[in-house]
Design a protein around this ligand. Structure first.
Ligand code: C5P
Length: 281
């Protein structure tokens, strides 16, 4: 990828434990996050004014106005400098896979190079997931999602992402959560060498937002059922995207093909989560 381009990869929460709530209403999380070899693409060219064009298969419904996180990130980095930005949108919006946060992080990375400015330390104000998206490798998140430490010791994971085309509002899902003080993950995560070991260990962990997300978007149940032959099927973030883990890429490809045939209106993608460096598509 060229200097003025960045992949804004999909973020997948392999686990998401909600362990408490702050006085300001934000929830405390303990979450294991990985990124996919699939995402939006952001390009930046020099220009006097700051402009954004949104293209690509998922452009419909994504605002190119000042509320777009890409433009908010640009203005956060510098209040007045110009750039011509093109966001090629491949990820569904409001889908629990960090599309907007990853776009914002990509904008910060690309524009800090274009404008020769350091990355800001306070980008959590753009969204709780933006800091982790600045370093898109396997990470364990804590705090409200803004604290993260690398989580090495995971292999690449063949997977399928399934989104039913229904936006699940993150605030609505958190508001529907009944129990806000759940147990965290073990303090030390095990070393896991194969996709099968990862799936077995993940089965002992949770996404605490699944039950409230199902009340907001009941179709999530069908997404999880569609992934029935995966080693592990789980919702990511606050939904509605669900992921299935498979032993091999050919297993994941076969599953993605069958689900796409059965549900032609859904967004279904075969991906590798936690890919080796420089293998994005
Ligand atoms: O920070 P972000 O814009 O992603 O959060 C969207 C909403 O999700 C927040 O306004 C809040 O209602 C909820 N949220 C939360 N706890 C978090 C992250 C998000 O309650 N850790």
């Amino acid at each position: 990828m060229k200097v003025n381009e960045a992949l804004a990869p999909a973020k997948v929460n392999l686990t998401l434990h909600v362990t408490g709530r702050r006085d300001d209403g934000y929830h405390l999380l303990d979450s294991l996050v990985v990124f996919a070899d699939l995402g939006d693409h952001l390009r930046a060219g020099p220009a006097d004014d700051l402009t954004l064009e949104v293209t690509g298969p998922m452009a419909a419904g994504v605002s190119a106005g000042p509320d777009n996180l890409v433009l908010r990130a640009a203005r956060h980095l510098h209040p007045s400098r110009g750039a011509r930005l093109t966001l090629d949108k491949h990820l569904p919006a409001a889908a629990g896979i960090g599309g907007g946060s990853s776009d914002a992080a990509a904008a910060l990375r690309v524009l800090s190079r274009l404008w020769d400015l350091p990355l800001p330390g306070d980008c959590v104000v753009l969204g709780a997931d933006v800091p982790v998206c600045l370093d898109p490798v396997a990470q364990r998140l804590s705090g409200i999602g803004e604290r993260h430490i690398p989580a090495p010791g995971l292999p690449p994971l063949p997977a399928v992402l399934v989104n039913p085309g229904i936006a699940a509002s993150t605030p609505a899902v958190f508001a529907a959560l009944e129990n806000r003080t759940n147990s965290p993950m073990p303090s030390k995560l095990p070393r896991l060498d194969t996709p099968r070991e990862v799936a077995s260990w993940l089965a002992t962990q949770r996404n605490d937002l699944t039950a409230p997300a199902r009340t907001v978007a009941p179709v999530i149940e069908r997404c999880l059922s569609a992934l029935h032959n995966a080693r592990l099927a789980r919702m990511s973030g606050s939904g509605a995207t669900c992921f299935g883990l498979y032993d091999t890429r050919s297993d994941a490809e076969a599953a993605a093909k069958a689900i796409a045939q059965a549900e032609p209106d859904w967004w279904v993608r075969e991906v590798t989560l936690n890919p080796p460096p420089s293998s994005s598509r």
